[in-house]
Design a protein around this ligand. Structure first.
Ligand code: CDP
Length: 206
């Protein structure tokens, strides 16, 4: 049996943490689709043509250890605006979504484009300031030198590009449950996500 949970939202809203916790709770597989775009962005920064990089993406590209840097995030958001890059990554994501035993995919367009038929859809948001503060702390913990104003500007720039692109812009699906994590602890956000998925599961069986 397959059951797809689509979790979308802007940068540093808490999608990654929530997705991993939801996948562990239900025993589902998890795919961080941002990693696909980050891997293409990193290969582009290294000189590859973006569409060729997306078409030839390998498992090893996803394991590169510098994929979480701000430079790679910006490069990811630039290559993600190219329709042919997105198209090259669709089949892999859809096959993952339909795997037996259930799947959680987190990204920007999972509930709208990749899996409009997903059984449960969440849209996780938080204010730009709260998201930038979280990302700033994450980067500092990783030893990446930066300051809050730069991270906030980067966050806003990426939001604008992700929401403004013609192909698969970031937006909530009409039937997505929105969770604003601005004032929630991690445990509260995870509990809200699990409750929304439980509800979707109940609706399917009644
Ligand atoms: O971790 P964070 O939320 O900062 O970013 P990410 O999820 O790793 O995504 C990096 C970039 O990839 C985003 O800014 C988007 O431009 C792009 N992306 C996308 O277009 N579609 C997805 N399904 C996932 C990511």
């Amino acid at each position: 049996m397959s059951f797809t949970i689509a979790i979308d939202g802007p940068a540093a809203a808490g999608k990654g943490t929530i997705s991993r916790a939801v996948a562990a709770h239900f025993g589902f597989a998890h795919l961080d689709t941002g990693l696909l775009y980050r891997a293409v962005g990193a290969r582009h920064l290294a000189g590859a043509e973006p569409v060729a990089a997306a078409t030839q993406l390998t498992a090893a590209d996803l394991e590169a250890d510098d994929l979480r840097t701000p430079e790679v995030a910006q490069a990811a958001s630039r290559v993600a605006a190219i329709g042919a890059v997105r198209a090259a990554l669709v089949d892999f994501q859809r096959a993952f979504a339909r795997r037996a035993g259930g799947a959680v995919l987190d990204g920007r367009d999972i509930g709208t484009v990749i899996c409009p038929e997903a059984e449960a859809k969440l849209f996780v948001t938080a204010s730009p300031e709260v998201r930038a503060e979280r990302r700033y702390r994450e980067l500092r913990e990783k030893g990446i030198e930066t300051d809050f104003a730069t991270v906030l500007a980067d966050t806003r720039e990426r939001d604008a590009r992700d929401m403004g692109r013609t192909d698969a812009p970031l937006r909530p699906a009409d039937d997505a449950v929105e969770i604003d994590t601005s004032h929630l602890s991690i445990d509260e956000a995870v509990a809200a996500a699990i409750a929304a998925v439980d509800q979707a599961m109940k609706e399917r069986t009644t």
